[in-house]
Design a protein around this ligand. Structure first.
Ligand code: ZN
Length: 171
């Protein structure tokens, strides 16, 4: 019985940390939280009471990774988890399949084409993929530039509605 209550308390504490992390925005696309992105692998209270957070980078070398780490660190410190360990989880590697349905909805609402299909590498993704216009849904789109407003975005234009838009190629 005591063990069960302790388990429930741990679960509640872990849930609170998940909620905290859901407030940490992705630096590339601030409408998405890092939980929407699917890069938070675990939140665990160990038997010793120590909190550990597992994060998976979207791809190695993405400049956002360091920013995300320090945002998570700040959020944890602000809420009394200064002792938390942030672990980098490299396996399995992140794929766009880990984006939550909520993330797809938010991306489309933000005017960014969500990634289509599973990919093994971001480069392969945006060279080969047909990108759907986030505004009108047309698949008749063309890449205008390899780089959009940030290095993780490519700039596209829709041939149907003529609207330019960003495609998030790091996802
Ligand atoms: Zn369009």
């Amino acid at each position: 019985m005591a063990a069960l209550i302790a388990d429930q308390a741990t679960a509640a504490r872990e849930r609170a940390v998940w909620e905290l992390l859901a407030q940490v925005p992705d630096p590339e696309i601030p409408v998405l939280s890092i939980v929407d992105l699917g890069i938070v692998r675990h939140v665990r209270h160990g038997a010793d009471g120590r909190l550990s957070i597992g994060l998976t980078p979207t791809y190695s070398g993405c400049p956002a990774t360091e920013v995300i780490r320090s945002s998570v660190r700040n959020a944890l410190e602000k809420h009394g988890h200064a002792q938390a360990a942030i672990e980098e989880v490299l396996s399995p590697p992140w794929t766009s399949d880990w984006l939550t349905p909520e993330a797809h909805r938010k991306l489309a609402a933000f005017g960014i084409a969500p990634p289509e299909g599973a990919v093994s590498s971001p480069k392969q993704l945006w060279r080969a993929t047909v990108v759907t216009c986030p505004r009108c849904g047309s698949r008749a789109t063309a890449r205008v530039s390899e780089f959009g407003s940030t290095p993780c975005k490519a700039h596209y234009q829709c041939s149907a509605c003529r609207e330019p838009f960003d495609y998030f190629k790091c996802l």
